[in-house]
Design a binder for this molecule. Structure first.
Ligand code: OVM
Length: 400
């Protein structure tokens, strides 16, 4: 396509519509056919959809800022419903200090310690599902796994944890447009925000969890106590729905691809690879936002200052220019360019913990389950910000 540098390639595609969210992959292909960067007129935002441009935008943190906010709301122009995240929604140099504190939590030794507890919980959940034979896998098998192991690892009390799901819904729903649905969701923002704030306090956390380790960084003077509290909040924001939705979609992909399930069942050591492939093929995090810091040319288009850019990491994972047969779910694929956790300085800080959750969950499943089949239609969570399932009826039988 011959594009003049002052002519925007425009599309009326609405990435927040129900049709788009029901089958984003079809729209990704349409967008990729339009060019490397497209103007979405309904929202007045740019969108990038190819592996190469997704990567170059995410690597270029001086021109594509995070300080404009993690969602559609443009913090350079309007206020947000919650105080901005001090790790996601900041740029260097501020970002380095908070990121470093979070990075240090995920050493191989720390992950190894988590593995034991995670495995016990996964095995109990899988055993219970096999005993039932037929389950609504989202509520009975998938959701209880991160909802148990993640807050346990952070050091939260075992009570009222379901509120975390309401909060997670607000965080990711809040990344989308202001609609009646959004207003309904946010009607509980004050109450839920207060609950979350209270549970991020040092006094609300056990002394041996990830939360306490963040407060130790405050004791050493690397961050303030107020910052420690906000970093715990980031954990609670980004750590629960993301893994629930990714594990649920991976489970569905396996149930819908009997050949792939057979490969995993025969060799449970492929569990980590299966989850990695699902993170590319169909997983919770499909898109991110950046905001331009100035006016400049990018891929033949002139971008204005403080314009939002929707970065379709899910489309990058399906880009035929970067992957062989991208629409095929193949758990033996060697993945060297994952975009499902983002790319660059903001790449998911807890990605090793997410991978550990996926590995442990699917290993327990592969070791114990023989038949795994869909027992009805799954339903999508039509929720901006994250992609996931609200129900996944499956049948399973034990190996022995
Ligand atoms: C945060 C946060 C919230 C949502 C997502 C995320 C993907 C971070 O509050 O820091 O990262």
């Amino acid at each position: 396509m011959n594009v003049m540098s002052n002519t925007r390639v425009v599309s009326d595609i609405d990435p927040f519509s129900e049709e788009f969210r029901a089958d984003p992959f079809r729209y990704y292909a349409q967008l990729r056919a339009l060019g490397p960067i497209v103007w979405l007129e309904k929202y007045g935002i740019w969108v990038v959809q190819h592996y190469a441009q997704v990567r170059s935008v995410l690597m270029d943190f001086t021109r594509f800022s995070n300080a404009g906010g993690g969602g559609l709301t443009n913090y350079f122009k309007e206020p947000n419903w919650r105080q901005p995240s001090i790790i996601l929604e900041v740029d260097p140099p501020d970002h380095e200090r908070t990121r470093k504190v979070m990075m240090r939590l995920f050493t191989p030794g720390a992950l190894q310690k988590m593995r034991t507890g995670f495995t016990r919980v996964a095995e109990e959940l899988v055993d219970a599902a096999i005993a039932r034979g037929s389950v609504e896998a989202v509520s009975e098998l998938v959701q209880p796994f991160p909802m148990t192991v993640f807050p346990d690892a952070v050091g939260m009390s075992p009570f009222d944890r379901e509120i975390m799901l309401v909060y997670g819904g607000m965080v990711f729903g809040g990344f989308g447009p202001r609609t009646p649905w959004y207003d309904e969701l946010m009607s509980r923002a004050e109450e839920v925000g207060a609950w979350i704030n209270a549970h991020c306090e040092r006094s609300a956390l056990t002394m041996d969890g990830l939360g306490a380790t963040i407060y130790e960084a405050a004791d050493r003077g690397e961050i303030t106590d107020a910052e420690a509290k906000l970093l715990v909040r980031s954990f609670l924001s980004a750590g629960v729905d993301t893994t629930i939705d990714s594990i649920g979609l991976c489970l569905r992909a396996l149930a819908e691809h009997p050949d792939q399930w057979a490969i995993l069942r025969e060799d449970p050591s492929l569990a980590r690879a299966a989850f990695e492939e699902a993170t590319r093929y169909d997983s919770s995090s499909q898109s991110l936002f950046r905001t331009t810091t100035g006016s400049f040319e990018f891929e033949g288009q002139v971008l204005g200052k403080h314009e939002k850019v929707l970065v379709l990491i899910g489309s990058a994972g399906r880009d035929p220019l970067a992957w062989e047969e991208p629409d095929r779910f193949d758990i033996q694929r060697r993945i060297t360019k994952q975009t499902g956790y983002g790319v660059g300085i903001h790449v998911c800080v807890a990605q090793m913990m997410a991978r550990l959750e996926g590995e442990v969950f699917f290993r327990a499943l592969a070791e114990k389950v023989d038949r795994l089949e869909m027992a009805g239609l799954s339903t999508l969570r039509l929720h901006p910000g994250l992609r996931g399932l609200t129900s996944l009826p499956i049948l399973l039988t034990g190996k022995y």
